[in-house]
Write a protein that binds this ligand. Structure first.
Ligand SMILES: Cc1cc2nc3c(=O)[nH]c(=O)nc-3n(C[C@H](O)[C@H](O)[C@H](O)COP(=O)(O)OP(=O)(O)OC[C@H]3O[C@@H](n4cnc5c(N)ncnc54)[C@H](O)[C@@H]3O)c2cc1C
Length: 441
């Protein structure tokens, strides 16, 4: 079948752009046969390739990505690898207690797997730091959300620590926040450094990685899948599809996936002493539709990153006319939090594609003979993509584990309502949610 849509993410991948340039992986330019083909080199695809190399060490694995590694959503997110429930559709991220316990177990399995890649493959430590995160609250409603989330965490047996306005200022250097909730289990990624490094370290004479190689057609003939790129073909008996929302472009999960974009702005580097507080921290908003904020620092100075706004984009592209409004929101969110950084320029602005399902489940499993899906990460792809890739590799190799058994009990993504109700409903829901987020945005 012909692939009907390709990745489109506005603006540069800032986390990749601030790294030193690196050697290219090269594009696929020949016909080759492999034991395994993984399509997509994000969190899911790289985790799948790693798990395949553990479970079938003598086999050849080929990974293809349409973009350069680190330039897709895996390298353009905000880098929170969160161990706790983080349901973006809930008012305080939490859900049902027993379901949330399973989610925590799955997220932690993914983090442990990523930690193992860091240790064994030798990924730079600055790409992966288990330092926790704060849910920042700037309003009475935000404080209330944090209190509800803290109570929910207590029910789950999970530690958290409440922070007052003074402690928030000591950490962030901003007087904007009235309170916060610290949880220790989040890993903060330099996402592009992480995916670039994992890909480079995985590459060997058994694992081949090609970038700028978009798959334009995928068909099965004589027991082999044929993945056609513009200048080459890979033939393999088994394929792991790790393209998140683009599963739909390959003809799968049609009208079951919700395509949303979210956006980031990163300041220029500024002298570290220009902002008080700690040099590195990460803050998610108490209201899920508020602003995520990070500060990162190294020898070249500090940068602040703001991420907010979600837009519903069923065609998986963003009309550039929308972006100016998003950037204006970013600038306003930045200014109210850091008035002392007035005049500091934004260096990079970008957006990226997320895929959600109405029932917050992944698009996972064997979807055709020898074709396995590790897609739809519900906005938390650093962990859920990693887990999906690991589990797809286990399923495809016939490896049994409790985690795989748990994944197989999950529902499939629920069907969307018919158009125009789906688009109208999603846009109204986002607009209403962002209005409710108030000063947390
Ligand atoms: C601004 C922003 C902030 C975010 N913040 C966070 C965060 O803090 N924490 C978090 O957990 N998540 C966050 N996310 C979401 C996270 O980035 C995604 O959920 C995650 O990248 C999904 O991982 P994945 O491997 O499933 O898919 P992707 O990272 O999207 O990788 C899929 C790959 O498939 C490739 N592909 C698609 N079609 C084809 C084709 N035809 N041929 C070849 N290759 C193809 C794409 O190029 C892409 O590289 C954020 C996203 C954005 C945009």
């Amino acid at each position: 079948m012909k692939v009907t849509g390709f990745p489109s993410n506005p603006g540069p991948a800032a986390w990749d752009a601030i790294l030193p340039t690196r050697a290219r992986f090269g594009a696929l330019e020949a016909e080759e046969t492999s034991d395994w083909l993984v399509i997509g080199a994000g969190f899911a695809g790289l985790a799948a390739a790693r798990r395949l190399s553990q479970l079938a060490p003598g086999d050849k694995v080929t990974v293809l990505d349409a973009l350069r590694v680190g330039e897709g959503p895996a390298g353009r997110n905000t880098g929170f690898m969160i161990d706790l429930p983080h349901d973006l559709a809930s008012s305080d991220y939490g859900g049902d207690v027993s379901a949330d316990k399973s989610i925590i177990a799955r997220n932690r399995a993914a983090i442990a797997f990523a930690q193992d890649m860091v240790d064994v493959l030798g990924v730079p430590r600055e790409a992966f730091q288990k330092v926790g995160k704060i849910n920042g609250a700037a309003s009475a409603k935000g404080i209330q959300h944090n209190a509800e989330y803290a109570a929910h965490l207590t029910q789950l047996g999970e530690p958290s620590e409440g922070l007052d306005a003074r402690q928030m200022q000591d950490i962030t250097g901003s007087t904007y926040y009235n309170g916060g909730l610290f949880t220790p289990g989040t890993v903060m990624l330099q996402p592009a450094l992480f995916v670039r490094s994992v890909a480079h370290k995985l590459r060997s004479n058994r694992v081949r990685i090609y970038e700028q190689s978009k798959v334009v057609g995928l068909e099965r003939a004589n027991g082999l899948w044929h993945a056609r790129c513009e200048r080459g073909v890979v033939k393999a008996p088994k394929v792991i599809l790790a393209v998140n929302g683009h599963a739909q472009s390959f003809g799968h999960f049609k009208r079951r996936l919700v395509h949303v974009y979210t956006y980031g702005s990163m300041s220029k580097a500024f002298p570290t002493e220009r902002l008080t507080g700690k040099e590195n921290w990460g803050l998610t908003p108490a209201d899920p539709l508020g602003s995520t904020v990070r500060r990162i620092s190294d020898a070249r100075g500090s940068r602040v990153i703001v991420r907010n706004r979600f837009t519903y984009e069923p065609n998986m592209t963003v009309n550039p006319a929308k972006l100016d409004r998003v950037w204006r929101t970013h600038d306003a969110s930045f200014k109210v939090r850091f008035p002392e950084l007035d005049g500091l320029e934004v260096e990079h602005r970008w957006g990226g594609h997320l895929c959600l399902s109405l029932n917050n489940v992944p698009a996972f499993g064997e979807i055709d003979e020898g074709l396995f899906s590790a897609c739809c990460q519900n906005g938390l792809g650093t962990v859920q993509g990693t887990l999906g890739g690991m589990m797809a590799a286990e399923l495809a190799t016939g490896h049994h584990s409790d985690m795989l058994a748990q994944m197989q009990t999950l529902d499939t993504p629920k069907r969307l309502p018919p158009e125009p109700i789906a688009t109208f409903g999603a846009r109204v829901r986002l607009m209403w949610g962002e209005r409710q987020a108030g000063v947390e945005l």
